[in-house]
Design a protein around this ligand. Structure first.
Ligand code: GLN
Length: 295
């Protein structure tokens, strides 16, 4: 941070620093420049963002400025704000995130809504979420359904550690259990115990991976995004294998890419295990969630 007309004796105020950063971010093509500046300054000062407003004219101490500058540098290198602060809001809850987990996306709230729509409020229901990542989906469902029992798996132990912290933080650890598994591997059950299997699997076409924003392609876990040559490797596997774990009339809910509906319908049909599929839309009006019932 350099400014030509400022004398060294006159320190940066919070407002001055925010304005400078917003225009710096803007000139580097960083999304939401002012909001990002505020989130990072609040993080550097260990304040809530709202607290900045009453302190706009306060000077920044040299150590505070140094901390803030190092966060600005990370953002300029395209590290996502959520990894810098270690937090992301989803379902109006604050989730801990690390580079071991995909940052929860707003469109994934549609997956939670779809699950809540099929899960009874009063009956004990059993849910499995393979590929849980940060645990955001399981935790959001558990918050809304006090009678549910959720089994959340991921092949990444680092991700499971983050997910467990989120379940503890949001006080649902008594109904969410975590275990390490690669999709359905290492899980053998004869009694088909799940009322629902819910998942946001990787579904990006491999050829599209490099064209993603640098925030995604350089920082987020590839294994949470790369769905293989046609993007549907994990989706196909989940559709084919889920019936072995679903109770009669159990429901499979999967987040999918906006243009994958027709291909996913074909996979469902060819499995022969389900009633007619529905593709539900997200808040942006894009097809986003596959819903199918075992028959
Ligand atoms: N919607 C995510 C993205 O755009 C992809 C999530 C996924 O592959 N599960 O980056």
């Amino acid at each position: 941070m350099t400014r030509s007309r400022q004398t060294p004796e006159k320190p940066w105020t919070m407002l001055g620093a925010l304005k400078w950063t917003a225009s710096y971010f803007h000139s580097h093509g960083i999304d939401s420049p002012r909001a990002s500046a505020e989130i990072l300054l609040a993080h550097a000062l260990e304040l809530q963002r709202i607290d900045l407003y009453v302190r706009y004219d306060q000077p920044l101490q040299p150590a505070e400025l140094d901390r803030y500058k190092s966060l600005i540098r990370r953002r300029i290198e395209r590290e996502p704000v959520a990894y810098i602060t270690g937090e992301k809001e989803f379902w109006s809850l604050s989730f801990r995130v690390s580079p071991a987990v995909l940052i929860p996306r707003p469109e994934t709230e549609s997956l939670v809504e779809a699950a809540l729509a099929v899960l009874s409020e009063n009956e004990p229901v059993r849910i499995w979420e393979p590929g849980t990542g940060s645990g955001a989906v399981s935790v959001a469902i558990a918050r809304e359904r006090s009678h549910c029992r959720i089994f959340s798996s991921d092949r990444s132990l680092e991700a499971l550690a983050v997910a467990r912290q989120n379940a503890v933080r949001h006080e649902v650890i008594d109904r969410v259990g975590f275990f390490a598994a690669d999709w359905f591997e290492a899980f053998c059950c004869r009694e088909r115990p799940f009322d629902a299997v819910v998942s946001n699997p990787p579904y990006i076409r491999r050829a599209d991976m490099e064209g993603l924003a640098p925030e995604i392609s350089r920082f987020e876990p590839r294994q949470a995004l790369d769905g293989g040559p046609d993007g549907l490797d994990a989706v196909r596997r989940l559709i084919r294998e889920a019936p072995r774990y679903l109770s009669p009339e159990g429901v499979l809910l999967l987040e999918i890419g906006y243009d994958q509906g027709p291909a996913v319908r074909d996979i469902v049909k060819s499995s022969g295990e389900y009633a007619a599929p529905e593709i539900l839309k997200d808040y942006g009006g894009n097809p986003r969630v596959l819903k199918v019932r075992r028959r």
